[in-house]
Design a protein. Structure first.
Ligand code: FES
Ligand code: FES
Length: 165
């Protein structure tokens, strides 16, 4: 029986460097959850269809279940654990909590990661734009309205955010 080839490479996750030697076919999702124990990124469909596994690679949302870990060697990977400094919350985490936008919470990390990339690019997106950006993130609890409102509330340019201060 032939052995699975191992591939050594360096992965940068949430600002930390990791030297890994894993099978070449190991996905980024598997490495994050099983090797690095960063279980905030969720394992949903495994088919690139639900968005639960979304992380940022150099600031751009990427589905980690259909990305090989070795493909992102040397790039900056950000998971939900690294979105805010230790002990602090990202504005999206605050708004999701304050509006009750997480139901079972399984889709929430992927939603927040995707929304964070949107707000980095667009400080004041309207609800249609937010809906478009989150179109690839499924919520099995299906309460999408609060999710959209929470992203809007966290937007740096949102009048709602100013009013809530
Ligand atoms: S687990 Fe990756 S898209 Fe569903
Ligand atoms: S909050 Fe349950 S899947 Fe979205």
């Amino acid at each position: 029986m032939s052995e699975t080839p191992l591939k050594p490479f360096r992965l940068r996750v949430n600002g930390e460097q990791h030297d890994l030697t894993v099978p070449a076919h190991r996905t980024l999702l598997e490495v994050l959850r099983e090797d690095l124990r960063l279980t905030g990124t969720k394992h949903g469909c495994d088919l690139g269809e639900c968005g639960a596994c979304t992380v940022l690679v150099d600031g751009v949302p990427r589905l980690s279940c259909i990305t090989l870990a070795a493909q992102v060697a040397g790039r900056e990977v950000t998971t939900i654990e690294g979105l805010a400094p230790p002990g602090a919350l990202h504005p999206l985490q605050e708004s999701f909590a304050s509006l009750g936008a997480a139901q079972c919470g399984y889709c929430t990390p992927g939603m927040i990661i995707t929304a964070a990339a949107l707000l980095d690019e667009e400080p004041d997106p309207d609800l249609d734009r937010i809906r478009d950006a989150l179109a690839g993130n499924m919520c099995r609890c299906t309460g999408y309205i609060k999710i959209l409102e929470a992203v809007r509330l966290a937007a740096p340019g949102s009048a709602d955010r100013e009013a809530s201060r």
